[in-house]
Design a protein around this ligand. Structure first.
Ligand SMILES: Cc1cc2nc3c(=O)[nH]c(=O)nc-3n(C[C@H](O)[C@H](O)[C@H](O)COP(=O)(O)O)c2cc1C
Length: 399
């Protein structure tokens, strides 16, 4: 069979867009309503997605009450490994990926949790390995500030070896997912990841990243097929361009300006923008201890196009990377990235749920199927089967 696309549904009810909870077609508390989350997972399973995938922060970002009271996703979501256990019992084929931090956990505990989910689900578990992002998370674990970037990755390397050592001794092998974008992050991903979620927004950079990460994997003695690259993709579509743009415009009107500014400050690495004129340029920034690549991305976007702070905040909050258009155009975009190659599949990010998930499934997937690019049924039972991944050999020998 020809090379096939893969999709994971990155579910952040009621949607990735920070003001999604205000949308007339969303449920504001969807993130803590199991039946609703399950209905999204079932939609993804009926559509034959490879997996659903849940993010996690182990603390609330240090924002003002004013801002926190105007966003939902960071406050109202389930602890994802517990959620996976419940979803495992209520679904049968779809892969189940949860995010868990190597900075604020212990290896034996996490190894046990994911091995349990893998057994309950019949081999459908995946672990998105993260090192955590912000100081708000550190405060929940007896620290004044987040652990430094280099130390986080040194710990992650050792943590991974401890977890997989335990799995090798018990026979369970959840799929390893990673999204490192810094030098340390990419080296870690190249050594351990079986799926890499990436955040590149343009085709040229995504194509370079794809080649680079596969090459780095080869330097660890791995075959390029052992590591799949799934860039994040956010889509708003409708029967026509006008219908898609109208949906985008509804969302645009929902964002409170103070949330847009706070979100920008967060993406810049927690840099406090208070006191800088909104209609002036972005100031020089100290290097972030959060995501260095995101900070640089946003900084360059402002500098290269001469955007003011106000313009940048509006553009970021709108998530300019969301592709808005009719289904054929979305399918063309996906096919272009897939054949470049810049992607083996995509991490689908949904601006609001269930609307943008339903639209993708009903309007875009049929086109990709007609083009012979995406499965109409599951051939296997496990997440490894769906992804076309073999089972890593145990360091203790057969089986
Ligand atoms: C699609 C996607 C989802 C992510 N989800 C999480 C998450 O749930 N929790 C988290 O702490 N970090 C998350 N991250 C951040 C990454 O783990 C990583 O820190 C980031 O890509 C920056 O790379 P770096 O750590 O190498 O600087 C995500 C990144 C991407 C691209």
């Amino acid at each position: 069979m020809s090379r096939q696309l893969h999709f994971t549904a990155f579910l952040k009810p009621p949607g990735e867009y920070l003001a999604a909870w205000r949308h007339p077609d969303t449920q504001a508390d969807a993130g803590i309503d199991f039946d609703t989350v399950l209905s999204f997972a079932r939609t993804a399973e009926l559509a034959k997605f490879d997996a659903v995938f849940f993010a996690d922060l182990v603390g609330v970002p240090l924002e003002s009450q004013d801002v926190l009271s105007r966003v939902s996703v960071v406050n109202d979501s389930f602890e994802p490994t517990t959620l996976l256990a419940a979803l495992a019992a209520a679904t049968s084929r779809i892969g189940l990926i949860a995010t868990a931090s190597t900075t604020y956990n212990q290896p034996s505990h996490l190894a046990r949790t994911f091995a349990t989910i893998d057994h309950i689900s019949g081999g459908r578990a995946g672990w998105n390995v993260v090192t955590s992002l912000n100081d708000g998370e550190a405060l929940n674990f007896g620290r004044d500030a987040h652990v430094g970037h280099a130390d986080r990755y040194a710990r992650a390397e050792e943590f991974f070896d401890a977890v997989t050592g335990l799995w090798d001794s018990t026979g369970s092998r959840p799929v390893i997912v990673q999204a490192g974008a810094s030098e340390a992050g990419k080296q870690f991903a190249a050594r351990v990841a079986e799926v890499v979620f990436s955040g590149q927004r343009d085709l040229a950079r995504a194509t370079d990243f794809y080649a680079e990460i596969k090459q780095r994997a080869a330097s660890f003695g791995r075959s390029p097929d052992e590591l799949k690259v799934f860039p994040a993709l956010s889509v708003i579509t409708g029967e026509t361009r006008a219908a898609a743009e109208a949906k985008r415009d509804v969302l645009r009107g929902l964002m409170p300006p103070q949330v847009a500014l706070a979100h920008l400050a967060y993406l810049l690495g927690g840099f406090d923008l208070t006191g800088y004129p909104l209609d002036g340029p972005l100031p020089e920034l100290p290097e972030s201890n959060q995501s260095k690549s995101t900070q640089l991305d946003v900084y360059l976007r402002a500098r290269q196009r001469g955007l003011t702070i106000r313009q940048l905040a509006a553009e970021i909050s709108d998530d300019a990377s969301t592709i808005v258009g009719p289904p054929e155009e979305i399918a063309d975009h996906i096919e272009r990235w897939f054949t470049a190659p810049a992607a083996d599949g995509f991490t689908l990010v949904f601006p609001y749920l269930p609307g943008t998930l339903d639209d993708f499934v009903q309007l875009v997937l049929p086109i990709l199927r007609r083009r012979g690019l995406f499965r109409a049924r599951y051939d296997g039972a496990t997440l490894r089967d769906h992804l076309g991944l073999g089972r890593p050999t145990s360091r203790y020998g057969p089986p």
